[in-house]
Design a protein around this ligand. Structure first.
Ligand code: NAP
Length: 300
C-alpha cells in the first residue's frame, strides 16, 4: 500500500515513516527543507497547489498522513500569513488532492483548538482556540471535513520523542539535555495537557491505516499532567536531578501567543476503539527511556 506522509522529517512524520517502512508499506516522504531518513523523498510545499498535485501524481497514495504544519506557536502569532498558508491553505490543498485520488486522509490536529478553561476535552466539545496556531489547525479540520469523504482527524497534545527532528529538540529532550548538563530549568506549574510519545501516536496511526478507522479521535497520552510534573517524572525515570527543575507560573513567562491553561484530552474513545491504547505517562516514559538507551543518540 502506498502512503504519502507530509512533514516526514518532523517529530511525528519521521517516526511514522520508520514504523510504516518496517511494516512493508511503500512510503513517500514529503519534506519541505529537512530531508527525511526513510521512504522515497518528495520535495513538497503544501501551500502550493501545484507542488501538492505533483506529489500526488508521483506517489498515487491510498493513504495520506498530513503531519506537516507550522508548529511554532509564537511564530504563527507573528507571521499570520505564513501560518494561514501552511496550516489552512496547505491542508485544503492536501484535502482536495486526497479526495481526487480517493485516498484516506489522516489529519494531525491539536489540543490547542480548545480554550483550555476546563481540560479533559472530549471529541465533541466545542473548539474555541485562543491563539492563531490553534485557529489555523481548527480551520484545517474544517477543510478536511468539508472536502474529504474518507478522513481521520487525530488530535494529539505536546508530542515528544527520543530524537530531535526537523532540526529541533522537543520538550522531553530539552529537559533531559539540560538536567544532564546540571543546568537549572524553569517549568510552568499551571499548564496541563496530555503529553504524547511520538512512537505511541505513530502506532495508533498505523493501526488506523490497517483498520481504516475514520472520524475524529483524541490520540494522545492517557495522563493529564502539568508541564512541571512531567519534567519531575522525566527526571525520576532518567535518574536525573529533580532539584534543578524550578517551578514558575505561566504569568512569569513572556510568550507572544497565549497558551491554553488546561487543554488535556479525554482519550476514552480511543481506549475503547484502538488495540494500541494511549499510554499512561509512566509507561510512555519507560518506552522513551528504552528508545534513548537503545540508541547511541546525540544527546546522552
Ligand atoms: N509538536 C506538538 O507538540 C504537537 C502537538 C499536537 C499536534 N501537533 C500536530 O502534529 C503534526 C506533527 O507535528 P510535529 O511535532 O511532528 O511537527 P514538526 O516536527 O514541527 O514538523 C512539522 C513538519 O512540517 C513541515 N512543513 C512546514 N511547512 C511546510 C510546507 N509549507 N510544506 C511542507 N511541509 C512543511 C516541516 O518540514 P521541514 O522540517 O522540512 O521544514 C516539518 O517536517 C502537526 O500537524 C502539528 O500541528 C503537534
Amino acid at each position: 500500500m502506498s502512503v504519502l506522509i507530509t512533514g516526514s522529517g518532523g517529530l511525528l512524520g519521521s517516526k511514522l515513516a520508520e514504523i510504516l517502512s518496517e511494516r512493508g508499506y511503500i512510503i513517500y516522504s514529503g519534506y519541505y527543507s529537512n530531508k527525511p531518513l526513510r521512504g522515497i523523498p518528495i520535495n513538497l510545499d503544501v501551500s502550493s497547489e501545484e507542488s501538492v498535485r505533483e506529489a500526488f501524481k508521483i506517489s498515487r497514495p491510498e493513504v495520506v498522513v498530513h503531519a506537516a504544519a507550522l508548529t511554532n506557536v509564537d511564530k504563527c502569532e507573528i507571521d499570520k500569513e505564513l501560518a494561514w498558508n501552511t496550516n489552512v491553505v496547505g491542508t485544503r490543498n492536501i484535502a482536495k488532492a486526497s479526495e481526487e485520488y480517493n485516498a484516506l486522509l489522516i489529519y494531525i490536529s491539536t489540543d490547542y483548538i480548545f480554550k483550555g478553561d476546563k481540560g479533559m476535552y472530549k471529541e465533541e466539545d466545542k473548539p474555541e482556540p485562543i491563539n492563531y496556531y490553534g485557529l489555523t489547525k481548527l480551520k484545517g479540520e474544517e477543510e478536511v471535513k468539508s472536502l474529504v469523504s474518507n478522513y481521520l482527524i487525530a488530535r494529539a497534545s505536546v508530542i515528544y520523542g527520543a530524537m530531535p527532528a526537523s532540526g529541533k529538540t522537543n520538550f522531553a529532550l530539552w529537559i533531559i539535555e539540560n538536567l544532564k548538563r546540571g543546568e537549572k530549568i524553569k517549568v510552568v506549574v499551571d499548564q496541563w495537557n496530555s503529553p504524547t510519545l511520538n512512537t505511541s501516536l505513530a502506532e495508533m496511526i498505523s493501526e488506523a491505516i490497517e483498520r481504516k478507522i475514520t472520524g475524529t479521535y483524541h490520540l494522545a497520552g492517557a495522563t493529564r499532567i502539568s508541564r512541571y510534573d512531567f519534567a519531575k517524572q522525566l527526571a525520576k525515570t532518567f535518574d536525573l536531578r529533580e532539584d534543578l527543575i524550578m517551578p514558575v507560573s505561566s504569568d512569569e513567562i513572556s510568550w507572544t501567543a497565549r497558551r491554553p491553561k488546561d487543554s488535556s484530552l479525554d482519550v476514552s474513545k480511543a481506549l475503547k476503539t484502538f488495540h494500541n491504547k494511549p499510554l499512561n505517562i509512566k509507561d510512555a516514559m519507560e518506552k522513551l527511556r528504552e528508545e534513548i538507551d537503545g540508541k547511541a543518540g546525540p544527546i546522552l
